[in-house]
Design a binder for this molecule. Structure first.
Ligand code: BEZ
Length: 403
């Protein structure tokens, strides 16, 4: 006599008869849709990030941290297993739409996490708006994503390009730096970062002597540095990130400008590049929504876990990726993994208070972080916090109408 309870025996019989049917039907080539559906019970998460080129290191930091946040909570989303997909976007705007479609149409991802470069983000934004796929931006500050082209299914865990630089003007003027040159990579991120700098600096009484730029990802800074030397401003303010930022600081020092003309920047200038830059970064001042040395248990725990797992120091890109993971966990937990309940998922993300290594932040109505900006200085190879430059900085969200 079978000692198992009846319900077990019945379930087992059902299972056996179903699997017999699966083998039979699949050998006749009939069962593909059911098999595909069974597999797709996993949440399909796609990374569209730069893994090559000037921003490669930023993409790696983001992916590592997303995975770490989810692993810390048991490695599932809303109780469902995860299937990961990846596309290298190379920070190449002309391939932005095509690469986003690879994830959305070919891989049928449920959520697209990307990207770093604002020009590429424009392609993702188009695809996200057309397809309605949940999209989380872990870096690119493209204004349109949470301004004129905002969308119910698009959320950002990073910043708008004008947010960090909108905190630059006052501390520069407080130090008597009244005439500044602005220099940047000429693409959306640099131009939009200029908006924040121009508004805050001129409002505080500063004068912008000259705007200089070069196309992304060029690193031929020599002629521009010679021009800066001849203009003799009180300070230089800039937007550069990744390997180009390191090269810029090294060239600045080699041109004899370090210590003579104070160098300020949107804080990306000194993120993830301090080791590669060495002494040339010492003394650089910047504003950003994160600093390595933030003395909170949350930040310390994050930093030691990340360093231990990935044998590299975390930076702002890792923090933003980590928070993308936290946001995704919150949204899927709210619906117990049922991603068809979009309204409840989005509501959970809109009302989230994210306990981030950067400090707590909330989501604006346009789906962009409202967050503090720190004033930092590079000291002995570390981004040291000088203080909070501006509290609860919210983007203008100009033109955003959630449809
Ligand atoms: C951007 O393209 O939006 C960007 C890239 C790197 C750092 C910050 C912003």
């Amino acid at each position: 006599m079978n000692s198992q309870p009846l319900v077990h025996r019945l379930n087992r019989r059902l299972l056996l008869s179903r699997s017999a049917a699966v083998v039979g039907a699949s050998s006749m080539g009939l069962l593909l849709p059911q098999i595909v559906r069974a597999q797709s019970n996993k949440v399909r998460v796609g990374f569209m990030l730069p893994y090559t080129g000037a921003y490669a290191q930023l993409g790696v930091a983001i992916e590592n941290a997303v995975r770490m946040a989810i692993a810390e909570k048991g490695g599932k989303l809303g109780g469902r297993e995860i299937e990961w997909f990846k596309v290298d976007d190379e920070s190449e705007p002309s391939k932005g739409v095509e690469n986003a479609q690879k994830l959305v149409q070919r891989d049928k991802v449920d959520v697209l996490i990307g990207t770093v470069h604002s020009g590429v983000q424009m392609g993702i934004q188009r695809v996200a708006r057309e397809s309605g796929v949940l999209s989380i931006i872990p870096n690119a500050g493209l204004h349109a994503a949470t301004r004129g082209l905002c969308a119910p299914n698009v959320f950002r865990t990073s910043f708008t390009n004008a947010q960090p630089t909108s905190a630059l003007g006052k501390p520069m003027m407080d130090r008597g730096l009244k005439r500044a040159v602005w220099i940047t990579h000429k693409y959306a991120a640099g131009d939009e970062a200029f908006e924040g700098f121009r508004d805050s600096y001129t409002k505080a009484g500063g004068t912008i002597v000259k705007e200089l730029g070069l196309p992304f990802p060029g690193v031929e800074f020599q002629a521009l540095l010679t021009e800066i030397a001849s203009l003799k401003p009180d300070a230089v303010a800039c937007f550069f990130a990744g390997s180009a930022a390191s090269k810029f600081m090294r060239d600045y020092a080699a041109a004899g400008l370090q210590g003579k003309i104070p160098l300020w920047g949107s804080g990306f200038l000194t993120e993830g590049v301090l080791q590669a830059t060495g002494a040339a970064a010492e003394g650089v001042m910047s504003t950003l929504h994160y600093a390595d040395s933030l003395d909170t248990p949350r930040n310390q725990q994050f930093r030691s876990a990340f360093a231990q797992q990935f044998k590299m120091q975390p930076d702002v890109y890792a923090v933003q990726g980590y928070d993308a993971g936290q946001l995704l966990i919150r949204s899927l937990d709210a619906v117990k993994g049922d991603m068809s309940n979009k309204a409840a998922m989005y509501k959970a993300m809109e009302t989230a208070v994210i306990d981030s290594p950067r400090g707590r932040w909330t989501m604006s109505k346009a789906h962009n972080p409202v967050q503090d900006m720190y004033l930092r200085v590079v000291e002995k190879g570390d981004n040291k916090v000088v203080g909070v430059a501006q509290k609860a900085v919210a983007d203008s969200a100009a033109g955003c109408k959630m449809g």
